[in-house]
Design a protein around this ligand. Structure first.
Ligand SMILES: C[S@@+](CC[C@H](N)C(=O)[O-])C[C@H]1O[C@@H](n2cnc3c(N)ncnc32)[C@H](O)[C@@H]1O
Length: 235
């Protein structure tokens, strides 16, 4: 893997290596299975077509890659990229269980991926942007990797406005449900990081501006799940 630019990336990578074995079950438990619906929603909005070449950035255990592979078919291809070896190991296992051959996996830091420019018809990033040391650099990389007419979609927690009902709900959910549940499995520190990562995560309108600044022509942010999650559509 290319050397990581920032020391902080290393701690994020270690964190995702540590939680990898329990990541899928915890995701289902903590979102009451809803993360699957939100991921489907993102794909529906992007409408990947047969034969296209897609990129799943911060692919984790491969939910999005596997769903994408089904949409682009055997003439298309999907590349799942993540810097966590342990997450990728699980992703590879899952795709081989489902006998999906159109996915390749790559271990790399998104911000230093070394992939050729103008190569993909589309890109997704689910719950990855918030973890990048520099989200604007992330947008720059996505723009560079995409063909000029391509589209991209980013799904993540919505950075709610302090004092709003959504914000109170989010804090309560993270503190009273997420952290205590993760603690039972010995992952308290790892899941406390979620609220931390949201503090510096840009709000939707700032994400739109960052994306436009690096060369996207359209950037539209919409909240879903009663304001708890957000989808940024780029083209
Ligand atoms: C919350 S998980 C999301 C995984 C998957 N996309 C999903 O929705 O289930 C975030 C993933 O991003 C990866 N990640 C975070 N920062 C990264 C970076 N700079 N380069 C590559 N992968 C990164 C982590 O290793 C982790 O697997």
């Amino acid at each position: 893997m290319a050397s990581m630019k920032h020391r902080d990336s290393l701690s994020v990578m270690n964190l995702f290596n540590e939680i990898a074995p329990r990541y899928n079950n915890l995701n289902d438990l903590l979102s009451f299975g809803l993360h699957r619906l939100w991921k489907k929603r993102l794909l529906k909005l992007l409408n990947p077509s047969l034969g296209e070449k897609w990129l799943d950035l911060c692919c984790g255990t491969g939910d999005m890659s596997i769903a994408l592979a089904r949409l682009v078919g055997t003439q298309g291809s999907v590349l799942g990229v993540d810097f966590s070896f342990k997450q990728l190991e699980l992703a590879e296992k899952r795709s081989s269980i489902h006998s999906i051959e159109s996915i390749s996996w790559m271990q790399a830091d998104i911000l230093e991926n070394g992939l050729p420019s103008n190569s993909f018809d589309g890109a997704v990033m689910a719950y990855g942007l918030r973890n990048l040391i520099d989200p604007e650099e992330g947008f720059k990389e996505i723009r560079r990797l995409l063909k000029p007419s391509a589209r991209a979609g980013i799904l993540d927690f919505n950075h709610t406005i302090d004092g709003s009902l959504s914000s109170s709900f989010q804090k309560c959910y993270l503190r009273k449900i997420v952290v205590p549940t993760a603690s039972i499995l010995g992952l308290k520190a790892q899941y406390s990081y979620l609220e931390e990562s949201l503090k510096t995560f840009p709000v939707g309108s700032v994400q739109e501006k960052m994306a436009m600044k690096v060369g996207f022509h359209k950037a539209k942010y919409k909240t879903i799940a009663a304001g708890q999650m957000g989808i940024l559509l780029l083209s």
